[in-house]
Ligand binder design. Structure first.
Ligand SMILES: Cc1ncc(COP(=O)(O)O)c(C=O)c1O
Length: 272
């Protein structure tokens, strides 16, 4: 299904799968629009744990999914690679997550907005996709092809969801503007190779940023960054051991240094 950007596609999915009170899960740190979409339909949202590398904590997740005493988890959303952690999931991790969802009767939604932003030359995993009768993949032209304002993306979904998704689609955009669809077709003809060339040009900036942050805040300050265009920076803890007030740091960076960044607490990850 061609959508007016992947956020709209995700909203179609949420409207199709969830009723008020259903349980949905996202991983910490989450993409805030996912959280907002889930909140808007009145879902009960659980934020799942991640390990030190910001990868889904799969043993804990499996335990939760199969816990008969806890509410059934209707859907799990993961961004691969992630916003805001910039983490690319290895293919085997993604498959294990998909299998855990299948076993629990849980839908898995994978947001692939940054699919072409991978850094294999630096030893990080390539982007991979999973498919299955319980899996929905969302895609976007916004980042890969620099077409944010054109509002165009698409969904790949199992046929069983077609009628429900179409109801949401017909009620919200009806269809993305034809002009954007034609531009997207042109972008596809340029293809992934064109995008990868542009992505490679980000390396030098990223290296410079990481080196400078590590010099100032220590070797362990930078988190994530194996995919997408994001890094997370662990702020120094306060002298009393409590987390830094990330929102105030962000305000200070904007006011004093004209640097715009997002506070971790907007994504369920305070202190970064
Ligand atoms: C993970 C993720 N998904 C979706 C989007 C939005 O994509 P679109 O512009 O196609 O709605 C973004 C934009 O920041 C994003 O980071």
């Amino acid at each position: 299904m061609v959508t007016s950007g992947s956020n709209q596609g995700y909203m179609n999915v949420v409207l199709s799968l969830l009723s008020e009170g259903d349980t949905a899960m996202v991983f910490r740190p989450y993409y805030f629009n996912h959280m907002m979409a889930l909140q808007m339909v009145g879902a009960s949202v659980e934020v799942a744990a991640v390990d030190e590398q910001l990868m889904p904590d799969l043993p804990q997740l499996k335990k939760r999914l199969l816990d008969a005493a806890a509410p059934h988890v209707k859907m799990i959303t993961v961004s691969n690679p992630g916003n805001p952690n910039g983490v690319m999931l290895p293919a085997e991790t993604l498959r294990e997550l998909a299998d855990a969802c299948a076993q629990a009767g849980t839908w898995l939604i994978v947001d692939n907005a940054y699919e072409y932003f991978s850094y294999e030359a630096q030893g990080y995993p390539a982007h991979s996709c999973v498919e299955g009768p319980h899996i929905i993949n969302t895609f976007s032209f916004s980042k890969s092809y620099g077409m944010m304002g054109w509002r165009i993306g698409y969904l790949a979904f199992p046929e069983v969801l077609g009628a429900q998704l179409l109801k949401a689609q017909d009620t919200i955009p009806i269809c993305p503007p034809v002009m954007s669809q034609k531009a997207a077709l042109g972008a596809l003809q340029a293809g992934g190779a064109w995008v990868k060339e542009k992505v490679a040009s980000l390396d030098a900036n990223k290296h410079h940023l990481c080196t400078t942050i590590c010099e100032c805040l220590g070797e362990t300050a930078v988190l994530g960054g194996s995919g997408a265009i994001y890094l997370m920076v662990r702020l120094p803890v306060k002298t009393d051991g409590s987390l830094a007030a990330d929102v105030r740091v962000v305000e200070w960076l904007a006011a004093e240094h004209k640097v715009a960044v997002i506070p971790g607490s907007a994504c369920g990850f305070p202190g970064v």
